[in-house]
Design a protein around this ligand. Structure first.
Ligand code: ADP
Length: 357
């Protein structure tokens, strides 16, 4: 079996194992020797005729399996209601992505949506959450990949993994492919300095995007980046809608505090104290807020232990509620992760390339 020959799916048709005596392209073993888990995974991707879809036939089974098990998430379990603020982004995304995924019959011709969307802004502001919520709201399969893992972990194999990713997404439509740190994949060409393998990876990625852009596939590519300045012109063109995901304003920060504490039945802060926390957390990202709440919620526990109660004997009722003073202490530990200077950079890029309305 030559390197270019088709992979024969290791499934039984009419009771006979079609690939039983041939070697698989990857392992060189017979298909019978494919791991049970790989076999099962391929079977799930087979059409009603028991055949692996055309798109997947030349791909390595273990990469298909990796995409199915590690990258694909059937139930991302995030809803719009879990995301604080970002009303502008939610509105744009609903119109551009969710409605077209739910009603492809209406969104065609002039209304056909762009297939690439970029979410950019400081880290920890909810870009990944938006990706998951899109998949959740549109009942689409969610694929998450960090572009930097393609260049670091999958050295020399990134290209093949990208093909497997788009191949499996094609079989699991509607699909949302979320590429985190997309800048590390689609950064401006470093001409001479650029590694041959990363150039090939980028080309493969753009080819795959082009492929589904021109077809009828219901696949959305969602790129996220904290470094939009690094993206080159070709990447910007393909990610035609570019949404700025800024730091949460005061009300959104209050919402995050209340929501996280309420989940654990720990929210007892007065409105005045909540407002004080909001004033003190200017410049904090959503993820900074989450870390702050975590740290603050340790306050009552530490205090109870200081009073000599053994952790093994500690009852929940022995702990006082989380108070403003816990947040004041936690603020010494948890500092904002984004600088004013960085924010200026995002705002400038937004003015130049962002989708403002
Ligand atoms: P990003 O992808 O922008 O780096 P994430 O979406 O991964 O950030 O957010 C990291 C964590 O921070 C989330 O799991 C969530 O707990 C919290 N978070 C960030 N932004 C928000 C938000 N707008 N609303 C609620 N939680 C948020």
């Amino acid at each position: 079996r030559g390197i270019r020959s088709n992979f024969v799916p290791p499934v039984r048709s009419n009771g006979a194992n079609t690939g039983g005596t041939t070697g698989s392209r990857v392992t060189g073993k017979t298909d019978d020797a494919l791991e049970e888990s790989t076999r099962r995974c391929l079977e799930m991707l087979c059409g009603p005729d028991g055949e692996l879809p055309e798109k997947l036939r030349n791909l390595e089974p273990r990469l298909i399996e990796h995409v199915s098990n590690e990258i694909m998430d059937r139930d991302p379990n995030v809803r719009w209601g879990d995301i604080a603020g970002l009303e502008h982004a939610k509105k744009c995304v609903t119109e551009m992505v969710i409605w077209p995924l739910l009603r492809p019959d209406i969104f065609k011709g002039c209304r056909s949506p762009g297939r690439g969307l970029l979410l950019f802004g400081p880290p920890g502001t909810g870009k990944t959450m938006i990706g998951k919520a899109i998949a959740g709201e549109a009942k689409a399969t969610f694929f998450y990949i960090s572009a930097s893992s393609l260049t670091s972990k999958w050295i020399g194999e990134g290209e093949k993994l990208v093909r497997a990713l788009f191949g499996v997404a094609c079989c699991r439509q509607p699909a949302v492919i979320f590429v985190d740190e997309i800048d590390s994949l689609l950064s401006q060409r470093k001409s001479e300095g650029e590694h041959e393998s990363s150039r090939r990876l980028k080309t493969q990625f753009l080819i795959e995007m082009e492929g589904f852009d021109s077809g009828n596939e219901q696949i959305l590519l969602l790129g996220a980046t904290n470094r939009p300045q690094e993206l080159d012109e070709a990447a910007r063109r393909r990610l035609s809608k570019r949404l700025y995901i800024p730091l949460p304003p005061s009300e959104a920060r209050a919402w995050i505090v209340r929501n996280l504490l309420e989940k654990d039945g720990l929210f007892k802060l007065s409105e005045e104290d909540t407002n004080a926390i909001c004033r003190l957390t200017e410049g904090y990202s959503g993820s900074d807020m989450k870390n702050l709440v975590k740290d603050a919620s340790m306050g009552p526990l530490r205090e109870a232990l200081c009073q000599g109660i053994e952790i093994t004997n500690l009852r929940k009722e022995d702990m006082r509620p989380v108070l403003l003073q816990d947040f004041e202490r936690a603020l010494q530990e948890v500092r904002p992760s984004v600088s004013q200077h960085e924010l200026g950079g995002y705002e400038d890029w937004n003015k130049q390339f962002g989708s403002l309305s």
